[in-house]
Write a new protein. Sequence first.
Length: 296
Amino acid sequence: MDLTVIILSFNTKDLLKDCLISIFDKKWKHKIKVMVVDNNSSDESVNMVRKNFPQVNIIESDDNLGFAGGNNLGLRKVKSRYALLLNSDTEVKEGALDNLIDFMETSDYGIASCKLIDGEGKFQSNAGELPSFLPMFFWLSGTDDILGKISPINSYQERKIGYYNKDREVGWVSGTAMIIKDIVLKKIGFLDENIFMYGEDVEYCLRANKAGIKIGYTNQAEIIHLGGKSTNQPKFNQWKGEFKGLLYVYNKYYGFLASFLLRMMIYIFIIFRIVAFLLLGKSQFSGTYAKIIFSI
């Protein structure tokens, strides 16, 4: 087996079905196995998979273990050369899995991701620089959006389309669609289950980087990610999760003082955002950021 696709699902029956159809309605030149890890869903997701996709291996968790814990149930059973973590709210486009494998086979990357678009074909960012001080400052302050248009700035979350125009080495890639070489699992283990959701992909890539493993991105494979379609509403759980995940990563790798300083920087720029959104008349966003201050 060349690739095991691990799809983590929690109450996403219809999305999961579409995701599986997008894989099985295509012919692949590589040998591909699909595994669904169900995080204790209550929407008949498991029965749907059993009925419609008998070729899929199902792992049922008795609890919702979060992103890291759920995916680790699948990763521990992988025997193929590659594993692909794939969100259930995705649809795989023609050639994507073959192209991802080919990219890994012809490069020295241990972890990688590919081009993501939303349901309307709009580009989605899914990579960036490792969370050292300057990339974090550029991202939190928003100066990456402003100055990035006139000079090259390396940001923690890269949103410039030009960053993704070619195959390249990056600091981290999103767990939405993350391919991992078997030797990486043997060398650094599995996802950190101390992070329930948001930030576990960054932590894993940082751990890999410290072990001498390179992280790559290719635009030769394309996957639709429906979860990022709505971007005009505040996302409290996502933003809170991202900040908490980063604080955990900083404490784990850089120590308490660095984590404390990052927390102060986050507070400062959250306050700036609260004021800015109030001035722009976007009280929903201001309210969401105010809640985050008391949640991290």
